[in-house]
Design a protein around this ligand. Structure first.
Ligand SMILES: C[S@@+](CC[C@H](N)C(=O)[O-])C[C@H]1O[C@@H](n2cnc3c(N)ncnc32)[C@H](O)[C@@H]1O
Length: 271
């Protein structure tokens, strides 16, 4: 994807790939709005802009979405300007600007991270971004995160990318499914690359294909076809929330009037 980023990069970004010091270039307001819309920012969010320039991302998050904003910036003049801009916008009590190196900032307070940096900076930040709490949203203007594919992207004059930090789900999981007339034992093996999964399963010891395996933050969903009744194969639709070595969720057997839903808990046996 780097060739793509380079091809679409503005003139100032054609060569500084080799540097880790993005110059100040403000994001146009239409793109600021789109980044925050794409991240589905609400008044429960803390939006942290890494390299916050004149503060427009953090200020817009507060003014238009009721969020709290944090800007991380090294340039004194831009920090003073950001504070003045926040005061004029009437959100000085909801936004904070910190004179800090973005590589040393504590990112853990953020529910949403916004960035308009450089490809090399994004890549250097990537391990820290991947380690954030599952469900944290990351939005980038213009530059991607290499082979960590965006969950969504839009192009409205400029490219914007959204990633949702995935829970760590790789390993072998086991769950007992109280589905009448007999309990079923599900063994699920998950191989993970970022948010992308490949999965295999056994249902009561019988190998079963796993379909539509999806991970969004801590939300996991997949489908297994139950062949226990040879004359009536039926899909089992799983949805659950992953917390550490546990998945709590629901499995629905069948569709429409014939469907039945029960709760299930899965435990990770090892990774
Ligand atoms: C391309 S501008 C983006 C400004 C703002 N986020 C926006 O989108 O309008 C990048 C900003 O990152 C700041 N910056 C560069 N290196 C930084 C670092 N290591 N720590 C904090 N800020 C940095 C620059 O001063 C500049 O304001």
């Amino acid at each position: 994807m780097l060739w793509f980023a380079a091809a679409c990069a503005p003139a100032w970004a054609q060569f500084p790939d080799i540097t880790l010091k993005p110059p100040y270039v403000p994001t146009p307001q239409v793109t600021v709005d789109e980044m925050l819309r794409l991240a589905e920012v609400t008044d429960r969010d803390v939006v942290m802009d890494l390299g916050s320039g004149d503060g427009r991302l953090a200020i817009t998050a507060a003014v238009k979405f009721g969020a709290r904003g944090i800007g991380i910036e090294l340039d004194d003049t831009l920090l003073i300007q950001s504070e003045e801009n926040a005061r004029q916008a009437g959100v000085a009590d909801r936004v904070t600007f910190l004179e800090q190196d973005l590589f040393r900032a504590d990112l853990s307070r953020a529910t949403v991270i916004t960035m308009y940096l450089l490809p090399a900076v994004n890549m250097k930040l990537r391990p820290a971004l991947l380690a954030l709490r599952p469900g944290t949203r990351i939005v980038s203007h213009d530059f991607d995160l290499g082979d960590w594919r965006a969950d969504r992207r839009t192009t409205i004059r400029k490219n914007t990318f959204l990633w949702i930090v995935p829970a760590k789900v790789a390993g072998r999981w086991r769950a007992r499914l109280p589905l009448p007339p007999i309990e079923r034992l599900l063994e699920l093996d998950l191989v993970q690359r970022y948010q992308e999964l490949s999965a295999t399963a056994r249902l009561n010891g019988v190998p079963a294909q796993v379909w539509e395996a999806k991970l969004s933050g801590e939300r996991l969903s997949f489908v297994v076809v139950d062949t226990t009744d040879r004359d009536n194969h039926t899909s089992l639709y799983f949805t659950g929330r992953v917390t550490g070595d546990a998945i709590e969720g629901e499995v629905t057997r069948g569709v429409g009037a014939t469907r039945a839903t029960v709760r299930f808990s899965a435990r990770r046996l090892g990774s």
